[in-house]
Design a protein around this ligand. Structure first.
Ligand code: PBG
Length: 334
């Protein structure tokens, strides 16, 4: 008799399948692969690489670095990059006119990526005015308020300019009401039926964007102003569902939730409710947190990064925008 006098013991033993590595692999429900990664890349007007102090390990890339970056993405199998320009301060104006310049930094970068690697790599561009405006807001400001409809007129033109440069996916990150429908119409009217729209659908007014604003040089422009009159209140959940429903009805091909880690509940709700391509943005502040802890030796960089990205998959994301993309892709192909 092996039955102990202290029995009975459980018949269901959850630990049985966890005992060996082969078995844990066999039952795994979620997996992270290179195809899940979107790599956000900062570019600047000049040559070489510029470190970004609040994003240790991430550099702004000069025009001579673009080909190498695109080659690396293709070689690693990363499906898409998202380009963000650090516009020279002297080109930033109240009306953000540089956003509509066919030869602005982001348009030239898109053209050089496309010329170099063609359709082997998807190129995503943000549609919003903050990299170009002297006030750092995503839209036009009238009497201290970011105005909706007038901003949309400009965003439509910005989308056309980027599509003309060869951008594959237009990603409106501005949170104006009705912009997806207007941009879709503008793109179709311009003959860009096949240019996708990835809507920053549920984008929160978050304190986690700080290092990004350093990276594109908009932090000084925005100062202490907040984006709370257009980005969502972190207290809201149902509102995110309504935002996604609107963007889908207006023609978005895919939707994004942003930030990522503190908003996995939203990722899960969006995927469960709509069943459409759903992305999450592990934003600059999330990168900075994990990197800083790893630099101090408090966390194991590789393990926490992989765990955080698997968390997005488990929540329902089809892919993640992450500044760790290149590094993670290297780990995954090793
Ligand atoms: C611009 C934009 C922001 C981010 C992506 N696009 C900043 C903001 O809304 O202020 C943030 C990304 C990040 O923090 O990594 N509209």
């Amino acid at each position: 008799m092996s039955q102990s006098i202290r029995g009975p013991y459980p018949t269901t033993r959850m630990r049985r399948v966890r005992r060996h590595e082969w078995s844990r692999r066999l039952v795994a429900e979620n997996r992270l692969c290179v195809s899940d990664l979107i790599w956000p890349v900062f570019v600047f007007e000049g040559k070489g690489r510029q470190p970004i102090p609040s994003l240790p390990g991430v550099d702004r890339l000069g025009t001579d670095q673009i080909a190498r970056m695109a080659d690396s993405a293709v070689r690693l199998g990363i499906p898409a990059i998202a380009l963000f320009p650090a516009t020279p301060i002297e080109l930033k104006t109240e009306d953000a006119a540089e956003a509509l310049n066919q030869d602005n930094l982001v348009c030239r970068t898109v053209r050089s990526v496309k010329k170099h690697v063609g359709d082997s790599l998807g190129v995503i561009c943000d549609v919003a005015l903050d990299p170009y405006s002297s006030h750092g807001h995503d839209g036009l400001v009238r009497d201290g308020y970011v105005v909706n409809d007038e901003t949309i007129e400009m965003l439509c033109q910005q989308a056309i300019v980027q599509a003309t440069a060869g951008c594959d996916i237009i990603a409106p990150s501005d949170m104006m009401d009705g912009r997806i429908g207007a941009i879709r119409k503008a793109l179709d009217y311009g003959g860009f039926h096949d240019v996708q729209i990835m809507a920053y659908a549920a984008k929160y007014a978050s304190a986690f964007y700080g290092p990004f604003r350093d990276a594109v040089g908009s932090a000084g422009n925005l100062g202490t102003a907040s984006k709370s009159t257009y980005q969502q209140d972190p207290a809201q959940s149902d509102e995110a569902i309504q935002e996604v429903a609107l963007d889908l009805a207006e023609g978005a091909d895919s939707v994004m939730v942003k930030p990522g880690m503190p908003y996995l509940d939203i990722v899960h709700r969006v995927k469960a409710t709509f069943g459409v391509p759903t992305f999450a943005y592990q934003v600059s502040g999330e990168y900075a947190m994990l990197s800083a802890a790893a630099q101090n030796g408090w966390l194991d960089r590789k393990r926490v990064v992989l765990e955080s990205l698997l968390g997005f998959k488990r929540a329902g994301a089809d892919g993640v925008l992450t500044y760790f993309a290149e590094e993670v892709a290297q780990w995954l192909v090793e």
